[in-house]
Ligand binder design. Structure first.
Ligand code: PEP
Ligand code: MG
Length: 596
C-alpha cells in the first residue's frame, strides 16, 4: 500500500529506488558489492564465521561452572538455535546471491528484517528474543572482522561498483552520524532518508556535498519503511513516497529527467566568470570535507576553497588523531589540486553534532555533556589541546610552501582566543624555522558564528586578515535553536531580523575595515539568498561545488547596485522575507542574459 512520509528537504533532486534499512549502530559495518564470481566464496566466508561462533558458544556451554544459573545454559542454547536458523543464515545467503551484498551487509540487512518481525510479536517472551538475535549477529560480524582483518568495521566501506541490473538503492536510517555519512562518498546509495536531523545538521551538510537527494527529520521513516520497499525521495519538498503507484512513479521519473537536464544546462556556466550585470566580480569558492573533493570544486568552476572542514580528516580513526605528516600530505594534496587558487583551511571543528567517532559520541552522552553545541567544540577544543593544535598549524604552514593557503579559526568569541592563536602561530613559525621547513605567508581569518563575534567585530578585525560568516551556527546561536534538532527545525529561520542584522553589519564592518569577508554557511549555496547577500555587499560566497552553477546563474542576472538600494527596507521590515521578495525581484531581473 502506498503511503507518504514528510521530512525536511536537505539535498535537492528526485531519487527513486529500493530501501536499504540500516540501524545506526550497524552503519559502520562494511557495505560493498561483490562480483558474481565471488558469491560462493562470500557465502562460505559467512558460514565459516557462523561456525566459528557456534564453536565458541558450544565451548562456553561445556565450560560453564557447575553452579552457573540454569538460565545461562538455556540462553546459550537459544543463541545456538538462532545461529542455525534458516531465517537468519538462509535469508542472509539470499541477499548475497540476489543482491551481491558482502556478508556483513547481507547479515545486517537480514537482521533488520527479523528485528521488525520480533517487534511485531504479541508475546513478550518472543519479542525479547530480538536482543538475543542482535547479540548473535554481532558475534558473527566480529568473527567476520577477525577473519578478514582487511575490511575492519568503520573503514571506508561502501564502494561504487558497476552492477548491471541492480536497482538504485536508497539508505534509510534513524540517524547517520557525519562520520558515517562521509563513508558514503562515492557510495552505492542514490538517496538518504533519516528520522533525525535539521536542515543544517552536519549529516545534512555532508548529504548535500554528495549532491544526492536527501530528506531528514522524518521522525519515523525508518520504522515505517521496510527493507526493499520501492521509495521516491523528493529532495525539493521533503516528501518520501513509499510503494508509489505506477502513475506517481512515472510523474517522478519525468521530474528526475527534467532536473538532470537542468543540471546539464547549468553545468555549461562552468567557465563563465561570476560577474553581476553591473560588472561586480563575485568569488565563488567551494566547501570541501576531504582533499579529494577539490577536484569536484575545480570541475564546478570554483575559484578557490572557502572552507576545508579539516575535522573530517580526524574522524573514523578510533580516537587516534592524524599525525602532522599525514595532515601535511592532505593539505598539500588539496592545495595542489586547486592549481594555484586559494585554499582556506579551517582548524578542527570537533564537538556538538560532529564527534570524532561513535565511541566518543557515546562518551559524550555518558559523561553527561549536557549541551555539546555550547561545550568544548572547535577552537575551544583546540586551545584545550595545545600540542594537537600546534601540530595542525605546523602541517598547514608546511603545506603553504606548495600554494596559497588561508587559515580559518572556527567558533571564536573572545579576543583572548585570538591572542592565544597568534601566540601559537608565532611558536609554530619558530619551530618550523628551527627545523628548516619552508612556508609562506598565511592569512589568518576567524569565523563569525557566535553573535558575540559579530557584535565585537571591529575589535576582532584589528587582529585578523579576513572573516568568514558561518551562518549555520550564527543562526543556531542567535536564535538558540539546535540546528540538528528536528523538533525545533521550524524555528531555525535565516530570515529572522536579528540574523539578517548580524550578517549585514558583519559584511559592512569588514568591508569598511578593508578586510575580505565571505559567507561559508549553507545560506551561501542557496540561490534563494543570493540576491539578499549581494544586496548586503557580499562579494565572496563559499558552498558545495554542486551548488555553484545555480548560484552563479543568479549572480549573472543580478544588478548589485539596485539590490543594495533594497536592503534598508528589508532590514527594517517586520516580515523581511516578504519585503525581500517584493524589493529584490525588481533589483536584478531587468534584463536576463542568455548563456548559450
Ligand atoms: C557554519 O556554521 O555556518 C559553518 C560553515 O560551519 P559548520 O557548518 O561546519 O559548523
Ligand atoms: Mg559552524
Amino acid at each position: 500500500m502506498s503511503f507518504q512520509v514528510f521530512g525536511i528537504p536537505v539535498s535537492r533532486g528526485v531519487a527513486i529506488g529500493r530501501a536499504v534499512l540500516v540501524a545506526s549502530s550497524r552503519l559502520d559495518v562494511a557495505h560493498y558489492f561483490i562480483n558474481e564470481a565471488d558469491i560462493e566464496a562470500e557465502i562460505a566466508r559467512c558460514l565459516r564465521a557462523r561456525d566459528e561462533v557456534a564453536r565458541e558458544l558450544s565451548a562456553l556451554k561445556v565450560d560453564l561452572p557447575e553452579d552457573a544459573p540454569h538460565e545461562l545454559a538455556a540462553l546459550l542454547d537459544v543463541h545456538l538455535m538462532l545461529l542455525h536458523d534458516e531465517a537468519l543464515t538462509g535469508a542472509t545467503k539470499q541477499w548475497i546471491v540476489d543482491r551481491h551484498y558482502n556478508a556483513e551487509w547481507a547479515l545486517s540487512a537480514q537482521l533488520e528484517v527479523l528485528a521488525r518481525q520480533f517487534d511485531e510479536m504479541e508475546d513478550d517472551y518472543l519479542r525479547e528474543r530480538k536482543a538475543d538475535l542482535e547479540q548473535v549477529v554481532e558475534r558473527i560480524l566480529d568473527a567476520l572482522a577477525a577473519e578478514s582483518g582487511k575490511t575492519p568495521r568503520g573503514a571506508a566501506s561502501v564502494t561504487q561498483r558497476d552492477f548491471a541490473g541492480e536497482d538504485p538503492l536508497l539508505l534509510v536510517a534513524a540517524d547517520i552520524a557525519p562520520a558515517d555519512m562521509l563513508q558514503f562518498k562515492r557510495s552505492v546509495f542514490h538517496g538518504f532518508i533519516t528520522d533525525i536531523g535539521g536542515k543544517t545538521s552536519h549529516t545534512a551538510i555532508v548529504a548535500r556535498s554528495l549532491d544526492i537527494p536527501a530528506v531528514v527529520g522524518t521522525r519515523e521513516a525508518s520504522r515505517l519503511i521496510r527493507q526493499d520497499d520501492w521509495v521516491i525521495i523528493d529532495g525539493d519538498s521533503g516528501l518520501v513516497i513509499v510503494d508509489p503507484s505506477p502513475i506517481v512513479l512515472e510523474e517522478y521519473r519525468f521530474r528526475q529527467r527534467q532536473s538532470e537536464l537542468e543540471r546539464a544546462r547549468l553545468a555549461r556556466l562552468r567557465h563563465t566568470p561570476a560577474v553581476t550585470m553591473d560588472g561586480e566580480r563575485i568569488e565563488l569558492h567551494a566547501n570541501i570535507e576531504l582533499p579529494t573533493d577539490a577536484e569536484a570544486a575545480v570541475v564546478a568552476g570554483a575559484t578557490g576553497v572557502g572552507l576545508f572542514r579539516s575535522e573530517f580528516l580526524f574522524m573514523n580513526r578510533d580516537g587516534e588523531l592524524p599525525s602532522e605528516d599525514e595532515q601535511f600530505e592532505a593539505y598539500k594534496a588539496a592545495v595542489e589540486a586547486m592549481r594555484g587558487m586559494p585554499v582556506t583551511i579551517r582548524t578542527v571543528d570537533i564537538g556538538a553534532d560532529k564527534p570524532l567517532d561513535r565511541m566518543s559520541a557515546n562518551e559524550l552522552r555518558h559523561e553527561h555533556v549536557l549541551n555539546p553545541a555550547m561545550g568544548l567544540r572547535a577552537i575551544r577544543w583546540s586551545l584545550a589541546e595545545p600540542s594537537m593544535f600546534r601540530q595542525q598549524l605546523r602541517a598547514i604552514y608546511r603545506a603553504s610552501a606548495f600554494g596559497k593557503i588561508r587559515l580559518l579559526i572556527p567558533m571564536v568569541a573572545h579576543l583572548a582566543e585570538v591572542r592565544q592563536i597568534l601566540e601559537s602561530i608565532k611558536r609554530v613559525q619558530q619551530q618550523l624555522n628551527d627545523a628548516g621547513h619552508a612556508y609562506t605567508k598565511v592569512e589568518l581569518g576567524v569565523m563569525i558564528e557566535i553573535p558575540a563575534a559579530a557584535v565585537m567585530l571591529p575589535l576582532l578585525l584589528k587582529h585578523v586578515d579576513f572573516v568568514s560568516i558561518g551562518t549555520n551556527d550564527l543562526i543556531q546561536y542567535t536564535l538558540a535553536i539546535d540546528r540538528a534538532d528536528e523538533a525545533v527545525a521550524h524555528l531555525y529561520d535565516p530570515w529572522h531580523p536579528a540574523v539578517l542584522q548580524l550578517i549585514a553589519s558583519s559584511i559592512a564592518q569588514a568591508r569598511a575595515a578593508g578586510k575580505s569577508v565571505s559567507v561559508c554557511g549553507e545560506m551561501a549555496g542557496d540561490p534563494a539568498f543570493t540576491d539578499l547577500l549581494l544586496s548586503m555587499g557580499l562579494r565572496s560566497f563559499s558552498m558545495h561545488p554542486a551548488q555553484i552553477p545555480s548560484v552563479k546563474q543568479r549572480i549573472l542576472r543580478a544588478d548589485s547596485a539596485k539590490l543594495a538600494g533594497a536592503l534598508p527596507a528589508i532590514l527594517a521590515s517586520e516580515d523581511p522575507q516578504e519585503t525581500a521578495r517584493l524589493a529584490l525581484s525588481t533589483g536584478g531581473q531587468a534584463a536576463v542574459r542568455t548563456f548559450h
